[in-house]
Design a protein around this ligand. Sequence first.
Ligand code: OOB
Length: 558
Amino acid sequence: MSEPPQTAADLAVGDLLAGFAPHPDDAAQRYRDAGIFDDRPLWHMLEQAATARPDAPAVTDTGGDHRTLSYADLWSAALRRAAGFAAAGLAPGMRVILQQHNSAEFVITLFGLLRAGVVPVMTLPAHRISEIAHLAAGAGAVAYVTEDGRRGYDHRELAAELQQRVPAVAQVFVAGDPGPYRPLPDTDPDAVTLPDADDVDPEAPALFLISGGTTGLPKLIARTHNDYAFNARRSAEIAELSAADTYLVALPGAHNFPLCCPGMLGMMAVGGHVVFTDNPSPDNTFDLIEQYRITVTALVPALAQVWCAATEWEPADISSLRLLQVGGAKLAEPDAVALDAALGDVVQQVFGMAEGLICYTRLDDPRDLVHAVQGAPMSEFDEVRVVDEHGADVPDGTDGELLVRGPYTIRGYYRAAEHNARSFSADGYYRSGDRVRRLPSGHLAVTGRIKDTIVRGGENVAADDVEENLLAHPSIRAAAVIGLPDEALGEKICAAVVLSHDHPPGRPLELPDVRGFLTEKGLASFKLPDRLVVVPTLPVTAVGKIDKAAMRASLLGP
Ligand code: OOB
């Protein structure tokens, strides 16, 4: 007797799993036994909220018409979109590049894809052809879901280039004016067959996040139904979210932080209201906070600093804000203190990564601890090690590299065997590349990046060491230090700085001033910058991390 023919879904799911590194069975069972893995598809949380609180507001757009969808509206829109994708031939297990700005449409598309069993690759609006083509090829994507040119960049042009470079991307769906492509599809869900919850392997990838590395091309991070749902639920617990909360998505919604830490998925887990904006500047967001009585939001440190300053002049009443999460890059202690003073003890530090581990300061931690550390792991099942350059554990209070393994941390990047051999230990720990110090309480302070060093004349100089000392200069508000090629030294130290408001206008800040200051602070002479550039702002990546690759490129010239 011959085997039954394989369906498109069988083939696509098989292909999805090729190159995916799952949790070992015994670990997954342990997490299941502990209730961490609930063996449900990720979309279950929206379906459940739509059942429990159908009429409650789920999502609001603030870009155009301030449209609000209830949970029942959102779920039925997601089902129609799921049916549309299924009718267009997208089968469960297939991968699709998703690139849409913060909006209700973005959530409808995301849950439409999830409900159809299609696996979205969560790219950011700022990604361009080099990243999108790389991610599409790496994921084996068969479609690109994006938007028209109304937001200052025409993604339909990117689509044309993408289909040339990665012909497997056979279909393009466009929000707004589709041009030569297809509009976002919506169909009667009764007209097609969508997968049942039982058809979904909860240990298989539900979606792909993009690694936040600031050098090289991004890598694909497969997050499973089980691990990502836990990420959302546990984060919501720590933030003490309830249906009474309103969360403002001000960072790009496809990033792990506003998506799931707790972000919009955490809010769905409790049936709260999510408000979207594309414009995180205080003149816009403060009005939204007042209008919607926003209680929680998430920012990167550079934006948080802007918000802090704006409390001086923005008239809007933002007293509803009870939790301001700051993460993605290190929040300097004085900035944390200033934020709490300006906004009323609302700061929560978040140290997280798309690869998994999320650390939060807790709502009842003493404020001076909240200001000084980046958080403690969210789960007791997180296995954190801090190791020296030989891989040996260091005692608490000593700097070392953070290694982590646990229920929601990946065991390998997707389809990246060579890279995984370097980034993961044989026993499954992810080598984060972050330098941290652990306190006896379990809280972590991030002290830098392991590999962010400059080798100057044979001496190793940690960039963050110089940066931290530069920040102590009264004229310097922000600083980034990179190595530039030098014939004599191998590398020389270049410091890019942004002047503070205290710097006397009209007087340039010169290299000898800075070197003198650092010498007085006791910095070794080989760590002193060889070159100083004063810049209006430091270049940042799509999610606000200092972009040292871009800095290097602009300082080296063409
Ligand atoms: C978040 O995720 P990614 O994947 O964009 O970037 C992760 C990296 C970390 O390995 C670390 O180097 C840095 O970003 N980072 C921080 C930090 N939070 C992230 N460095 C110092 N202090 C912090 N608080 O950035 C991310 C994901 C989920 C929640 C929050 C941030």
